[in-house]
Write a new protein. Structure first.
Length: 325
């Protein structure tokens, strides 16, 4: 029989229709399928620098309640989806998943908009060039943009029980800006389903992509600052695959409570990997008192520009200690 599965669109986050062909029969009497619980980990809002990505785990509990039913082996289709318009999305599918690519459900490959299944892998996170285009994982634009949602064909849970589905999605920061969006989970409503409102769950959020990410007092958490201290505050300007901290014009840097404080003392002569991600970062030191922090401040702001004149800014959380209002 044909199952028409409701799926929210990438832009409007409303439900459209797509069709999956199955050859199983189903007979249901008043059974109710539902999304019992839906969580994302970590929870929104999210922030990252341009060139970075954030992995988010989507987990949904699917339940069936009501009168007895016979499925004859029919899978219960479910959807996990994400949409942050302006920010590419990459799902990590598993064998047997279908990917919603440009309006058509196809077996998941490494981001192939033509719908050709991949050979040698089926994930955008495995470090393998699965679709033989010389690009791997987050460097492959097909991985970044092709998949809007995953369609999972799961064994239907017995009445009164719960089945859990979980997949990982990556939110990519490729452009500067704040991108509102949402995650959703949906399960196909059974025939004569008495309540279709519980067949979808949604969690809204935002993704803030900053031009530069900084780490105040690397390897320190929380970033405690004593405004009366006569020392310095180390700040790492972090590199990633799209940003090279060596391109920063160190003479342009200002840092402090507002970001306009002329507090620079010096920058390290050699780049170092301050956050152990494999990229070499620029660590600079700023005068604590000139940075102008006071009780109640919660972030430190860095401003400056690149050698080509491109302005940059970044911020990180701070904790003022001691704080005596």
């Amino acid at each position: 029989m044909l199952i028409r599965l409701a799926l929210f669109s990438a832009l409007a986050l409303t439900f459209g229709l797509l069709t999956i062909q199955t050859d199983h029969a189903i007979a249901v009497t008043g059974a109710d399928s539902s999304i019992v619980n839906f969580d994302v980990d970590p929870e929104p809002p999210y922030s990252a620098a341009v060139g970075e990505w954030i992995p988010v785990t989507l987990t949904a509990d699917i339940g069936v309640s009501g009168n007895s039913f016979l499925t004859n082996g029919l899978p219960l289709p479910a959807v996990l989806a994400a949409s942050f318009p302006g920010a590419p999305i990459r799902f990590n599918p598993e064998p047997g998943d279908f990917c919603f690519l440009a309006g058509d459900p196809v077996p998941c490959g490494e981001g192939d908009p033509a719908g050709v299944p991949a050979t040698g892998g089926n994930t955008c996170f495995d470090g393998i060039d699965n679709d033989s285009d010389t690009l791997v994982d987050e460097l492959d634009p097909e991985c970044q943009t092709a998949i809007d949602a995953l369609i999972l064909l799961n064994p239907m849970p017995a009445p009164g029980t719960v089945a859990t589905i979980s997949r990982v999605v990556a939110l990519d920061c490729w452009f500067e800006g704040e991108f509102p969006g949402a995650f959703a989970a949906a399960v196909w409503p059974l025939p004569q389903d008495p309540d279709t409102d519980n067949n979808i769950a949604r969690i809204d959020g935002t993704l803030d992509c900053a031009p530069v990410r900084i780490d105040i007092k690397p390897f320190s958490d929380p970033n405690g600052i004593n405004p009366s201290n006569r020392g310095s505050i180390p700040v790492a300007i972090l590199s990633n695959q799209m940003f090279d901290a060596a391109q920063v014009d160190t003479t342009s840097l200002t840092f402090g409570a507002t970001g306009d404080e002329d507090s620079l003392l010096f920058c390290g002569g050699a780049l170092e990997d301050a956050n152990a991600d494999g990229f070499l970062d620029l660590v600079c030191h700023f005068d604590t008192q000139t940075a102008g922090f006071a009780c109640g401040d919660t972030e430190g702001i860095l401003r400056g520009q690149l050698l080509d004149g491109t302005p940059i800014d970044g911020s990180d959380a701070v904790k003022i200690v001691p704080c005596r209002p």
